[in-house]
Design a protein around this ligand. Structure first.
Ligand SMILES: Cc1cc2nc3c(=O)[nH]c(=O)nc-3n(C[C@H](O)[C@H](O)[C@H](O)COP(=O)(O)O)c2cc1C
Length: 235
């Protein structure tokens, strides 16, 4: 199947058959997820593949027992994190060093620019400071483009969540390429999901993904998209 056939074929499946999904299919799709484009290559995602029976039952309940979760053969939780950037930055720099490709501009970017964006605190003090600086910057911004964020913790969450959602799409497409189906879900009690996964406050549950083979009645209706000209703007 070519890429465009795969895009057409991917549908959100709300009822999966009893056929199980080989582990290597899930692993291959997860590895494809990790190849997604991501902000500054900081890879702020985590994917939890829930194998534990009790955790799985709890997760289905936390997803309001919706069919896509209840009938899924496998459940994956995609999580974005605002606290892994330091570790990942070190790994990136180490890799550059080992390959003898660490340019000063790269070092400066990861050691100076990235902390400015990603450093945050729970109470928003740093954000407030950045906001004050940004007021002065805005004057410069009247004359030329300037960086206007991220300022607050929620801005950093937006960055990491955007990136993680791209990885989720890769994951779903990789399943279609292997003949399997999925359903992305945001219909869940995020507090409960975080508790099941033992996640801290620096993580955000982006999506729960149900995986399996579609039941013949698993796709609820024909696909509908609003007209292209409402959303594709050529200016
Ligand atoms: C972020 C996100 C959250 C979603 N949450 C749910 C959900 O909780 N339950 C569900 O049945 N479908 C959910 N969906 C699936 C959408 O309803 C579906 O993608 C949309 O209706 C378009 O249909 P298609 O995926 O078959 O093209 C979600 C999709 C996305 C991208």
């Amino acid at each position: 199947m070519n890429f465009f056939d795969l895009v057409e074929k991917r549908r959100s499946v709300r009822k999966f058959s009893n056929e199980n999904v080989p582990g290597k299919v899930i692993m291959k799709a997860l590895k494809a997820a990790l190849l997604a484009a991501n902000s500054s290559n900081l890879q702020p995602w985590e994917f939890y593949w829930i194998k534990d029976k009790k955790k799985k039952e709890d997760l289905v309940k936390a997803c309001f027992s919706q069919n896509a979760a209840k009938t899924a053969q496998e459940l994956i939780v995609a999580v974005s994190r605002i606290d892994t950037w330091k570790r990942n930055r070190e790994l990136i720099l180490k890799d550059y060093k080992e390959k003898g490709k660490l340019l000063p501009i790269i070092e400066k970017y990861y050691n100076k620019v990235i902390p400015l964006s990603y450093r945050h605190d729970r109470f928003g003090f740093l954000g407030a400071m950045k906001k004050i600086i940004s007021i002065f910057m805005k004057i410069i911004g009247l004359f030329k483009p300037i960086p206007r964020g991220p300022l607050y913790r929620h801005d950093v969450f937006e960055i990491v969540t955007k990136t993680t959602a791209l990885a989720c799409q890769n994951f779903m497409m990789a399943l279609v390429a292997q003949g399997y189906d999925s359903c992305p879900m945001e219909g869940f009690d995020h507090k409960r999901v975080k508790k099941i996964l033992n996640l801290n406050s620096k993580s955000h549950v982006v999506m729960v993904l149900g995986v399996g083979k579609a039941d013949p009645k698993g796709i609820y209706g024909e696909r509908f998209r609003i007209d292209d000209d409402l959303v594709i703007k050529i200016i």
